[in-house]
Design a protein around this ligand. Structure first.
Ligand SMILES: Cc1cc2nc3c(=O)[nH]c(=O)nc-3n(C[C@H](O)[C@H](O)[C@H](O)COP(=O)(O)OP(=O)(O)OC[C@H]3O[C@@H](n4cnc5c(N)ncnc54)[C@H](O)[C@@H]3O)c2cc1C
Length: 417
């Protein structure tokens, strides 16, 4: 078997792995990017809502308000559902999520990730320019719609809070909503247009464009199962079907599957998933959707992707590998048809994916404490498309001894003991 040699193996070619590979390469490292698929961006980084969430100051934490908790516990809310059979397995993780959502802790976490959020779009812009795929970034932000006065009032309070951190936006009445999105129909209490976030109309295509850039610049892509990773004298070795690869350092960027590598190495990291679904539908006639639109009360997003209008669902707590239960998409579908003139579905059944999450909603970025040359970069929850490149930069700075542009301490795996 041929043995390829490099400085670093990056395991996982989603947005996070591709971002790490490019930033290491930029700093002179010879990198092999590894995935079980032949192409980058085929999993979670394909299926998201495409928003580069530069206006997202506060991560999605566990609700602290009893009324809201009871609403989710009833398991009928479109925003969150849980698979009853998986609940006992999930419960301890949910307790940790609840505890990490205590307001002071949550604010500390938000402030830790904020420098990355703020830098995220600039990192994408630089890579998009280098990859020459300007058509994959739109710069007109996204819109949140609220049907009830209480939900609008709550969103406006959150928006005011975010404004203190520099987030800009326009508060919309029905007329302003119609001016921005003439094809929407419905009774809205109001909306918020956040103009700063980027929108990627083909997120999987963007990961592929970044991977092509990496290869054009001399990087190598290897199809292999990351679970074959083994520690060898002074480094790491991986076996592919035809070739093996050896390097002194390895980065685990396997998103929701990162446990496949860290668990056998003895790390107990509370990585769980919040599953999500999407389905593409054709727009009817000449109807155009200008921005991604969140129907907040009905718990879904419509995003104008290249492959159709992508209807994405809220969160589902279920085992990563349990069979698909796209109840939220089924419930959202008639509501989405009422919101926007949608035609037939593009696919026979919804896509299922899994947001990789730690209970404090912060990623793990940094050195693995018990193994020389092992690095982690996973757990980017609802914001992995946004944070992939900027996390790659932070990690590469740590790995090459540069001064990190942001404090990496809050992302250290040691926070889990
Ligand atoms: C419905 C939904 C909507 C979302 N919307 C947004 C959004 O608008 N904005 C945003 O920023 N984020 C969003 N997200 C979150 C975002 O998509 C994820 O955080 C991000 O894609 C995670 O990227 P990743 O590279 O860590 O994981 P992935 O993209 O899943 O990449 C992991 C890679 O590892 C590979 N792999 C797995 N196992 C192995 C193995 N054994 N051997 C080799 N390779 C392996 C996989 O093939 C895959 O390519 C959304 C997520 C969902 C589900």
């Amino acid at each position: 078997m041929t043995e390829l040699r490099a400085d670093v193996l990056v395991l996982g070619a989603g947005m996070v792995g591709v971002g790490a590979a490019l930033h290491l390469q930029k700093r002179g490292r010879d990198v092999i990017l590894v995935d079980r698929h032949e192409f980058a961006g085929e999993e979670t980084s394909y299926g998201n809502a495409g928003i580069i969430e530069v206006a997202s100051v506060f991560p999605y934490m566990f609700p602290r308000n009893l009324k809201e908790i009871l609403r989710y516990a009833a398991n009928r809310a479109p925003q969150v559902r849980y698979n009853v059979a998986d609940l006992p397995a999930f419960a301890p993780w949910l307790v940790r999520y609840y505890l990490a959502s205590e307001p002071v802790r949550a604010l500390r976490g938000a402030m830790a990730i904020l420098p990355l959020i703020r830098q995220s779009l600039a990192e994408h812009e630089a890579l998009i320019a280098e990859a020459d795929v300007g058509e994959l970034l739109r710069r007109n932000g996204w819109i949140k719609l609220f049907r009830s006065k209480p939900s609008l009032a709550k969103a406006l309070r959150e928006f005011e809070r975010a404004r203190a951190y520099g987030v800009e936006g326009a508060i919309l009445d029905a007329k302003a909503i119609a001016a921005r999105e003439p094809n929407l129909t419905g009774e809205f209490a109001g909306g918020i247009h956040l103009p700063a976030p980027g929108f990627v109309p083909d997120p999987g295509g963007l990961a592929k464009a970044y991977a092509s850039l990496f290869v054009r610049k001399g990087g190598r892509f290897l199809v292999a199962d990351a679970a074959t990773l083994e520690e060898v004298g002074g480094g790491w070795r991986l076996r592919g079907p035809r070739e093996a690869a050896v390097a002194r350092e390895v980065v685990v960027a396997l998103g929701p599957w990162s446990d496949r590598v860290f668990a056998p190495l003895g790390y107990k990291i509370p990585l769980a998933v919040k599953r999500g679904y999407h389905l593409h539908l054709r727009a009817r006639g000449n109807a155009v959707l200008n921005h991604p639109v969140l129907d907040a009360d009905q718990g879904f997003v419509l995003a104008p992707m290249r492959s159709g209008i992508r209807l994405t669902s809220g969160v589902e707590f279920a085992h990563r590998d349990a069979p698909a239960t796209p109840v939220q998409i089924e419930r959202a579908l008639p509501l989405a048809h009422k919101l926007f003139p949608l035609g037939e579905a593009v696919e026979a059944k919804p896509w299922k994916g899994a947001r990789p999450c730690l209970p404090d909603m912060l990623p793990v970025i940094g050195r693995a404490p018990r193994h020389a040359g092992l690095w982690f970069d996973f757990g980017h929850q609802h914001h992995g498309l946004t944070l992939g490149p900027v996390s790659g930069r932070l990690l590469a700075e740590m790995m090459t001894g540069e001064t990190p542009f942001a404090d990496p301490a809050p992302f250290a795996v040691e926070r889990f003991g």
